[in-house]
Write a protein that binds this ligand. Structure first.
Ligand SMILES: Cc1cc2nc3c(=O)[nH]c(=O)nc-3n(C[C@H](O)[C@H](O)[C@H](O)COP(=O)(O)OP(=O)(O)OC[C@H]3O[C@@H](n4cnc5c(N)ncnc54)[C@H](O)[C@@H]3O)c2cc1C
Ligand code: SF4
Length: 631
């Protein structure tokens, strides 16, 4: 049987950071990832933060990957504006939250996880190979067992890892980075499956938009980006909100809602994201010039019809690609450099020529619409409610989403940076254990648990930060206090005074976050108050086109899967109320009802985890299942 010092299960941003950190410390580790390639199973909003917290050190992405991270990693745009919009029909009231976004931050970059995690993997693997470790993708960890050592050596019980794809192998310690629906957590019984009150469901689409059009439309410079958040009627009465983030030449658009509120008022995830896409402000953000093929004359001979169809499709593709390249400074430079064109004007002239040819010769229409590239969904653990208090079991340490960690409160949406911080702490604990040859729970697990407890992020999951609250309230100072109603009037008044704020927050923290959360995270905060603000103070935003939002079937057809004939999910009680809700809440409609029984068609599953609570839920076998292209 093969032996390694450490195995990391899961190659998301957390697991990859653990591999890199262990390798930086000169330790051998292998990372096992179920996806065909690293990055193909991961999705995020997402903004990746680097933080400098006043209450102590956190480990940031650049601590793990080095100073060159910013110049070399495929990050999208540096977020320089952060704006919250309260919406009601066509009215929008906007609050500039840039200072809240900059609060204790070195930077926040928009990212797409397929690209970014692939880069992390390349960097981590390079370091790992020097220590005799590496990354094995396309392998799904199926079960674990313990190889007991002699009585006096019990602190060094080895774990035997069983996978669907490889011979079993043995390690001294495991870092479980296998995400929100951690099978390692389930196999060890260390924690319960997260329940709806501990989770959010996130659903997202990636929209194509040329680079310079993004810059013009969002009034940002090259490399700069903006984050727009939404609350109010776009939530369809759920607790949470929407987001639009600018990437280099795409937009990430999504809706993240508390799973509890989705259970209470079940609404299809695609409907929630469609509602956001239909908001007039968002419609204006996503619009672009789109070519629509004209029907081909059916009286033409069949061969001629085929030839024309092929010629039109090819020409439209050429036009789309050239246009996308033309609106990118680096794209134009590349075309000129490789001698295809002499100048930008020449590229523009070619574009205009194709445009004219398409419309005059083939009747192609050019309309205002938008282009969607990818639909995705995933559960997000609400760290305030479900972070593991003791994130270890025997010689296994849990990090990131697997440990239920993340800061999601109001406009603060942070899972990636928290997972990276956990990863460094776990790697440091494991490295110390390797040096002392002691992997016992008391030595390694307790030490890691303390390191995590000491992380300022943990404090942010437990307490209100009064300075952050001040920044937030200052941003909202133009909202008349009477609008926020009797419930919030008093809170606003108290919080607006420096002296009272300190006392009030102190008192609130004494009361405990748990008791405050229902007040903060209520329909009133996310739905009613924003609607009232938009109606009373908002400006009208108009948009003169209706986006052709793809149907769910079209969205699924665009996704890439490696189908597995064997289902990775088993329905336990097809008549339960929970399963009936899954018929609505599954983002790809994998559940249907027949004769009052809920049935699963696993082929369209995108592994979001929404149905995991009351099913026998596993990730698919290695390489199988969804392969996200953007993430
Ligand atoms: C819509 C949305 C918006 C978000 N926005 C933000 C944001 O703006 N900023 C932010 O910081 N965070 C955001 N988050 C949260 C953030 O994306 C997550 O916290 C983060 O991606 C989790 O990383 P992870 O490595 O812990 O887990 P994951 O990325 O889930 O990785 C787990 C990996 O483990 C693998 N795996 C699982 N089981 C096994 C097994 N048995 N064997 C082998 N491999 C296995 C999976 O294939 C997967 O690759 C958002 C999340 C969502 C869904
Ligand atoms: S079957 Fe379950 S895990 Fe798969 S997409 Fe539907 S809800 Fe998500």
């Amino acid at each position: 049987m093969e032996h390694f010092d450490v195995a990391i299960v899961g190659g998301g941003s957390a697991g990859l950071a653990a591999l890199r950190q262990l390798s930086n410390l000169g330790k051998q580790a292998v990372l096992i990832e179920a996806g065909k390639t690293v990055g193909s199973k991961n999705i995020s909003g997402g903004i990746l933060y680097s933080k400098k917290l006043k209450n102590g050190k956190v480990y940031n992405v650049e601590d793990v990957y080095g100073k060159d991270f910013l110049s070399e990693a495929p990050i999208e745009r540096l977020i320089t504006k952060y704006i919250l919009h309260a919406t009601s029909k066509d009215k929008v009231f906007s609050i500039d939250l840039t200072r809240a976004h900059e609060y204790q931050a070195n930077f926040g970059y928009s990212v797409l996880l397929n690209k970014l995690n692939s880069w992390f993997a390349k960097e981590a693997e390079e370091s790992a190979e020097k220590q005799g470790g590496g990354i094995i993708s396309g392998v799904h960890v199926q079960s674990l067992s313990w190889q007991h050592q002699q009585q006096q050596q019990q602190q060094n019980d080895r774990v035997i890892i069983n996978t669907n794809e490889l011979e079993e192998f043995e390690v001294k310690a495991i870092i479980a980075a296998d995400g929100v629906n951690s099978e390692i957590a389930e196999l060890t019984g260390i924690r319960h499956k997260f329940s709806p009150d501990e989770l959010y469901q996130g659903v997202k689409v990636v929209v194509k938009l040329p680079e310079e059009i993004i810059e013009q439309r969002f009034q940002i410079g090259p490399n700069e980006g903006v984050a727009h958040l939404f609350a109010g009627d776009i939530t369809m009465n759920h607790i949470g909100g929407g987001f639009v983030y600018t990437n280099r030449d795409t937009l990430s658009i999504g809706a993240v809602y508390h799973y509890d509120s989705l259970m209470e008022n079940p609404t299809e995830p695609y409907v929630l994201v469609n509602t956001l896409l239909s908001n007039p402000m968002v419609r204006e953000f996503i619009k672009d010039e789109v070519a629509i093929k004209e029907e081909i004359d059916k009286n033409l001979p069949k061969e001629e019809q085929l030839r024309t169809r092929f010629a039109v499709s090819k020409l439209i593709k050429t036009w789309e690609e050239l246009r996308h390249t033309y609106y990118s400074p680096s794209g134009r430079a590349k075309l000129i450099e490789n001698g295809k064109y002499k100048s930008s004007e020449e590229i523009k002239a070619r574009l205009d020529f194709i445009h004219k040819e398409l419309s005059s010769k083939y009747g192609t229409r050019f309309v205002t619409d938008y282009i969607e590239l990818e639909y995705s969904a995933k559960l997000v653990p609400d760290g305030k409610r479900c972070r593991m208090k003791k994130p270890y079991y025997k010689n296994i340490l849990f990090i990131g989403d697997a440990a239920g960690r993340g800061i999601f409160i109001g406009p603060r949406i942070e899972g990636l940076n928290v997972g990276i911080d956990d990863a460094v702490r776990a790697a440091n604990a494991v490295a110390r254990s390797i040096d002392r040859n002691n992997f016992s729970p008391n030595y390694m697990g307790e030490f890691y648990s303390q390191l995590v407890e000491d992380s300022p992020y943990t404090r942010d999951m437990k307490e209100i930060d009064k300075d952050y609250l001040k920044v937030f309230l200052d941003a909202a100072k133009d909202v008349p206090k009477d609008i926020v109603g009797s419930r919030y009037g008093m809170i606003f008044k108290l919080m607006s005074s420096g002296t009272f704020r300190g006392l009030a927050v102190g008192f609130a923290n004494m009361l405990g976050y748990d008791r405050l959360l229902p007040l903060i995270e209520s329909e009133e905060t996310y739905v009613q108050v924003p609607i009232e603000i938009a109606e009373k103070l908002g400006s009208r935003v108009s948009s003169s086109y209706a986006p052709s939002i793809p149907t769910l079937a079209q969205r699924i057809a665009r996704l890439k899967y490696d189908d597995d004939s064997v289902s990775h999910i088993k329905v336990l009680d097809p008549k339960s109320e929970f399963m009936k809700k899954m018929v609505i809440l599954c983002p790809t409609k994998c559940y249907i009802t027949e004769n009052n029984k809920v049935m699963l068609q696993h082929e369209g599953c995108i592994e979001c985890g929404t149905c995991a609570k009351d099913t026998e839920w596993r990730h698919p076998r290695g390489e199988k299942g969804i392969n996200y292209q953007y993430g």
